[in-house]
Design a binder for this molecule. Structure first.
Ligand code: F6P
Ligand code: MG
Length: 471
């Protein structure tokens, strides 16, 4: 555990404060609405009755959050993490919702929601966010199609130039661009959707947007990560070289993660990519294994996916624009590439309950030694997104000029783990900045000024890409 105090929902200058008071009630309302909708479409009497009890439980949870009640122990649903959650809760001295460490309480909230389903008979594996996740993916169609075209073209070029010596500088630029696509895919998670419109999201996703956003990457260690992968390739071109991606959100972000994974395999920068999804529905949009299947089946039948009118389309009497033959073809190409890699065991999905524990990753060496051992086998472990970053640095109020390698504590140098964090900033904590940079950003419009709040870091507009070498 870090010695530095963490952010709390009781601190008016922290993003935790409006998160607990405004964003969580919205998220819980969406959860209740979705569950209610499924219950009302259900014709099995027993299942429907149980569903109604679940909806009541969730409404009670929302009431407790809004009325600052104490966090109750997680009920035992037979999973290994119950004790971890409840021990930590006890150590925190049985806090209430509006004055509790942010990282713990937000994880706890999603775990609590999960118990309502996991303890049921008919709704055990129900994903209360599935509808939302696939719907948002569908609405990111322009960026999905743009990237599919670019990807097909690129893989074609890589294949044509095989055996020829590629210009290393060009390769490096390509690697950086792929990673940047993958980075900005994180700017649009659904938990922030409570303040963004779909139009905003589309603006964030196109390639023009990416170019202008490059100056918003405050720390960019991509070159170091590339050098490492290139050195490994030269060292043992025939040896197994693994890259891991600790996933964040489903939909568009998972799509760009797969673009990066496919690129790494096609370019020979890795021979295997291991993807780490969550085991339970998490932070609204995080990937669970079923989302991977849903994404693949969407692009396997792209016409069916994009051309079947959605409920909204029907309500507004709209017919979706048909795909052009080229577009359908480019998506099919992606599907063949990815399912090919998957079938060959080069693209592997490896869920682990550890990713939905409540604590920071400072605890991994003693809470999950096997996982840490496994990750040491990897050339590079890429952590996607805001929550993973908060967990890496313990969600502590570090001085923003602290080195990333220091802020990740036991996972830093000497750990044997090569870590790359790709994070758009949606919270308070940030490290690795140049002296004076935070102060300057606070003086920008909406940056927080002299309020004591680091508001510039709340909305996904700025990003940090930080690397730590394990040896
Ligand atoms: O405010 C931070 C937040 O919205 C939290 O809900 C969570 O830490 C995170 O951002 C979700 O973002 P990501 O999907 O990038 O982890
Ligand atoms: Mg997420």
């Amino acid at each position: 555990e870090t010695k530095i105090p963490g952010y709390s929902t009781g601190d008016p200058t922290s993003f935790a404060y409006p998160t607990a008071r405004q964003r969580w009630p919205v998220i819980l309302t969406q959860i209740i609405d979705d569950a209610y909708r499924s219950v009302s479409h259900c014709d099995d009497a027993e299942k429907s009755a149980e569903g109604k009890r679940i909806v009541e439980e969730l409404a009670k949870l929302k009431y407790e959050v809004q009325h600052d009640r104490a966090l109750a122990p997680i009920r035992d649903d037979g999973n290994e993490d119950v004790a971890i959650y409840n021990n930590q809760l006890e150590q925190l001295g049985n806090p209430t919702w509006l004055n509790v460490p942010w990282l713990y309480s937000e994880c706890y909230m999603f775990r609590r929601v999960n118990t309502s389903f996991s303890l049921s008979t008919h709704w055990k594996n129900y994903d209360v966010f599935a509808r939302q996740k696939i719907k948002t993916f569908r609405s990111s169609r322009p960026a999905v199609l743009e990237l599919a075209a670019r990807y097909k073209d690129l893989v074609g070029q890589l294949r044509a130039s095989k055996d020829k010596k590629l210009d290393e500088e060009a390769e490096k630029i390509l690697f950086m661009e792929m990673c940047e696509i993958c980075l900005w895919g994180n700017a649009t998670d659904l938990s922030l959707l409570t303040n963004l419109t779909y139009e905003d999201i589309q603006k964030l996703q196109g390639s023009e947007a990416r170019k202008t956003a490059e100056k918003n990457i405050l720390v960019n260690d991509l070159a170091a990560a590339y050098d490492l992968l290139l050195a490994a390739k030269k060292d043992g071109p025939k040896k197994e070289r693994r890259v891991d991606i600790v996933l964040d959100n489903a939909g568009f972000e998972l799509y760009v993660d797969l673009i990066l994974a496919g690129y790494l395999l096609s370019a020979g920068l890795a021979t295997t990519v291991v993807l780490h999804p969550k085991s339970i529905p998490w932070f609204v949009s995080d990937v669970v294994p079923a989302d991977f299947g849903a994404l693949l089946s969407a692009i396997a039948g792209p016409r069916h996916f994009y051309e079947t009118p959605s409920e909204e389309d029907l309500l507004q009497d709209k017919t979706p624009e048909p795909l052009t033959d080229a577009e359908a073809d480019e998506l099919s190409f992606l599907f063949q590439e990815w399912s090919g890699f998957h079938g060959q065991g080069q693209l592997v999905l490896r869920p682990n309950r550890v990713w939905t524990y409540p604590g920071s990753y400072w605890r991994l060496p003693h809470e999950a030694p096997d996982l840490v051992e496994d990750l040491k086998e990897s050339e590079l472990v890429i952590f996607k997104g805001d929550l993973n970053y908060r967990k890496l640095v313990g969600d502590a109020s570090w001085d923003p000029t602290t080195a990333f390698t220091e802020a990740i504590g036991p996972l830093g140098p000497g750990s044997g783990l090569n870590i790359l964090a790709l994070r758009t900033c949606k919270g308070d904590v940030v490290v690795g900045l140049k002296p004076g940079e935070d102060e300057k950003l606070r003086q920008t419009e909406g940056g927080g000024g002299d309020s004591g709040a680091r508001k510039w870091a709340w909305n996904g507009k700025w990003a940090v890409v930080s690397f730590s070498k394990g040896s």
